[in-house]
Design a binder for this molecule. Sequence first.
Ligand code: UD1
Ligand code: MG
Length: 502
Amino acid sequence: VFIILTTAHDPLTVNVGFSVLAGITTWSAIPALSAIFIKAGLKGMDLSKKSKQILPESMGMVAGLIYLVTMFVFIPFPFMRWFTASRDGDPQELTQLTFPNLKLAEILSALLSIQSMVFLGFADDVLDIRWRFKMPLPAIASIPLLMVYWVNSGVTYIVVPIPLRPILGQLINLGALYYVYMALVAIFCTHSINIMAGINGVEVGQSLVIACSIAFNDMLFLHSSTSNAPAFETHLFSLYFIMPFIGVSVALLIHNWYPSKVFIGDTYCYFAGMTFAVVGILAHYSKTLLLFFLPQIFNFLLSSPQLFRLVPCPRHRVPRYNRGTNLMEPSRVVLDQDGLDEDMAWRSAHPALHSNDHGKQMQHRNGMHGRLASSALLPPTSTDAAADASLTPPSPSFLGRPSSPTPSKSRYTPMLNPHLTRPGWYCIKILETLGLTEVRYDSRTGQRPLEITNLTILNVILLKAGPLSERNLTISVMLVQLVCSLLAFFIRYRLVTFVYDV
Ligand code: UD1
Ligand code: MG
């Protein structure tokens, strides 16, 4: 098959053939290497299963390496015309002088950036690097690529949308800021996939939808333009990079799909993110690329109070597995451990007030969590006042959302809780109002926040759809990703006519 492929004249045919070969190789290599990875200590516990199984971690390394080998072997093919020119007596006299050195430099720098991220991802899997150190690494890994970008095209202007042109003119030159923007795209693409993770198949699933969207976008362009169109070659090169990625990812997903036989590790998340950033930068469509990342942008914005530590962030924010039902439920983070302990003690001292399990579920569903509409509200840290409040009879709203909550006299002061900053508290209130998190309040006052659901898109899906199996949650994420890709295509090819002249 290899020999047949290498004799093909069209580089794209060779690339697609190589992608299939890369996929088959990855698919067969992963089971063969699983035991070796476990023996080397590369393993993790499947958190959302009855039997806490130990699975090999960092299998993205296998996919990443096979991808890189495939791309290395593919490097000569786009330049085949120059190799065979003298032999074929090409009339166009394709000589060394006309060889597109910068195109080759572009491919090499792109592969160097991807390879660096595979390496750094693996280092993260092994060493568990701290967030503050690993955050800027993709920007550093993208320097070779940005350097070639500067030498090659160096385009640093952006086209101003039509409505803003009377004020800003047709073009704005961002200069050095454009390079900062592209480095930020690299940081965002890599980390945003890593924080939308933790259930079987979700990282590879979302990456595959993004990769297929990129490939489809390239094909649309290639189909609708002639080979001498300015962006034809960049889209062709984008396709060369993305097809082998799709090949290895499909193979990896087969083993990572529920119930997973292997974990993909941070290695795959970084590898995938950097591959997307590379094609976005090389093919000059970082804006369209970011449209394909709409769920990741949403998840990042939602997560930011926890990422920037305005709100406590536990080691794992992945949804909670309910052993009884075998379903996934939103996971929670404790904001106030003392308050939670006091609340539990008060609840167990007053079982009659919350013995109704159905009522409890209602509180969970409504996000009220034992909120009392009490007229005698007390300061959150006062235990004497808490004892008084324990004598206050609960209103009927204890078993559900009150129809008209009694206005509170004392307001909750976030500064009384050392783990919750004031901006963090305002973020929580906004997200609660938007229905993006569920807050559990103190049973006695309904004022003191004790815990919230972790701020991730996976938890939001579970809050809206109710508990789901792990497999269905992954499918839901992939569907959301797909719908966002369709929206991205609609914005890119339909709405764009209102904003840009295309
Ligand atoms: C990121 C998330 C963290 C999430 C974790 C899950 C942030 C800031 N960090 O951390 O909240 O819990 O990813 O990957 O949002 N695992 C499973 N099933 C899977 C995949 C992973 O149980 O399908 C578990 C395994 O124990 C595995 C571990 O997650 O060992 C991998 O976590 P890791 O990639 O090290 O977490 P981070 O990327 O640091
Ligand atoms: Mg991870």
